[in-house]
Ligand binder design. Structure first.
Ligand code: PMP
Length: 370
């Protein structure tokens, strides 16, 4: 896939996937990082996040297996919001009733989008552990028992979550391999949006993948495909986990320092249990991130690179920058290696955070002319 295919799409779900891979031109350079740092901009998906991919695929597969029927089945899902938006979008297009169960912590903007798409929204206490009867997961299960014709697609256990990201990975492979050093795209792209920049030097493959981890579907699915023999079995994968979450390995990384509460504001990444959709074998090393650095890097992505991403994109970049500059336990800093291609996933859009203080911080007051 180089450039965009001309044609008319069937419906909004046709605008899920085929997102651009864009080179960062300022942020890594300010640290003297020499490798190519490329970001996969998932906010271009129809519903605004990487999770549109899994929502569309989980619903399609369930339909094909005869598990759900439009107009009859009630789709219920516990989510941190973006899977909910993806599902609410798919349900709107296909004609399902949709109930989304999400913790109070998740932004009002996500809730507004869910409601606008016609979904019913149920909020649960943020502090409830996953197996607490009040948690979003347990509440969704209880609702499914109480509701006639209810079905939970269950992103935490559904194999179509990581499988959907084989496609994400293939798009990355196609874009990276379409560009060779000093040449630009091998085939001219038909659309400027997909015009992949030429690279000063390129290994011709993805060398490092960096992704924030929630259900783990993104990191596991993309890494599995990139590591196949026809691409790069030596791929290095950095998993990004916020301080307060317990996903990182070794477990000692997850210990809190004196005075740290373990609560974090970044949405969409981090858990207090290991979801089945996360294949930890695919992650070479983990890095822990703080809210402040994550929000700071999200603001830099927006203001310096013009990439309208959300907070977890900043977390992924924070992890990537630290790792590229300093390396990790037992790992060299890749940042000095010219020609290496580092791909960072930017999962969602600033649309989800428009009223959040972190996004507004440092902006200029608007002026009103009377
Ligand atoms: N960032 C955001 C904003 C998300 O909503 C999610 C999904 N929970 C992720 C990152 C992580 O994606 P995954 O669930 O595939 O690990």
């Amino acid at each position: 896939m180089v450039g965009r295919q001309p044609g008319i799409l069937n419906d909004a779900l046709g605008a899920v996937g085929n997102t651009p891979l864009i080179r960062l031109n300022k942020i890594p350079q300010q640290f003297g990082i020499q490798c190519n740092v490329l970001v996969k901009c998932e906010y271009f998906n129809a519903g605004g996040s990487v999770k549109d991919r899994i929502a569309a695929r989980m619903l399609d597969e369930a339909e094909q297996q005869g598990l759900v029927t439009p107009g009859k089945t009630v789709i219920i899902e516990p989510t941190s919001g973006n899977t909910g938006v993806g599902l609410a979008l798919a349900c709107a297009v296909k004609g399902y009733r949709c109930i989304i169960v999400l913790p109070e912590k998740m932004s009002a903007e996500k809730v507004a989008t869910l409601k606008a798409l016609g979904a019913e929204v149920i909020r649960t206490p943020t502090e409830a552990a996953w197996d607490d009867p009040r948690s979003n997961i347990m509440t969704a299960r209880r609702l499914a028992e109480e509701t006639e014709n209810a079905y939970i697609l269950d992103q935490y256990n559904n194999p179509n979550n990581p499988l959907a990201h084989r496609v994400t990975a293939q798009e990355i492979i196609d874009d990276v391999t379409a560009v060779s050093a000093n040449q630009g795209p091998l085939t001219p792209a038909s659309s400027p949006r997909h015009h992949v920049t030429n690279l000063n030097s390129s290994s011709g493959k993805v060398d490092v993948l960096v992704a924030g981890v929630g259900t783990g579907g993104t990191v596991s699915g993309i890494a599995t495909r990139l590591r196949e023999d026809d691409h790069n079995p030596d791929l290095f994968v950095l998993g990004v986990d916020p301080i307060g979450s317990t996903l990182a390995v070794p477990a000692s990384l997850n210990e809190l320092e004196n005075g740290e509460s373990g609560a974090y504001k970044i949405e969409g990444i981090g858990y207090d249990f290991d979801p089945k959709s996360l294949d930890k074998q695919q992650v070479s090393a983990w890095i822990k991130t703080r809210d402040e650095e994550s929000f700071d890097y999200a603001r830099q992505l927006i203001r310096m690179e013009g990439l309208l991403c959300g907070g977890s994109s900043g977390a992924a970049l924070a992890g990537a920058m630290r790792f590229l500059k300093e390396g990790g336990e037992g790992y060299d800093a890749f940042g000095s290696q010219q020609g290496k291609n580092v791909v960072i996933i930017l999962p969602d859009s600033l649309r989800n955070y428009i009223t959040k203080p972190w996004l507004i911080e440092g902006t200029k007051e608007e002026q009103h002319i009377a």
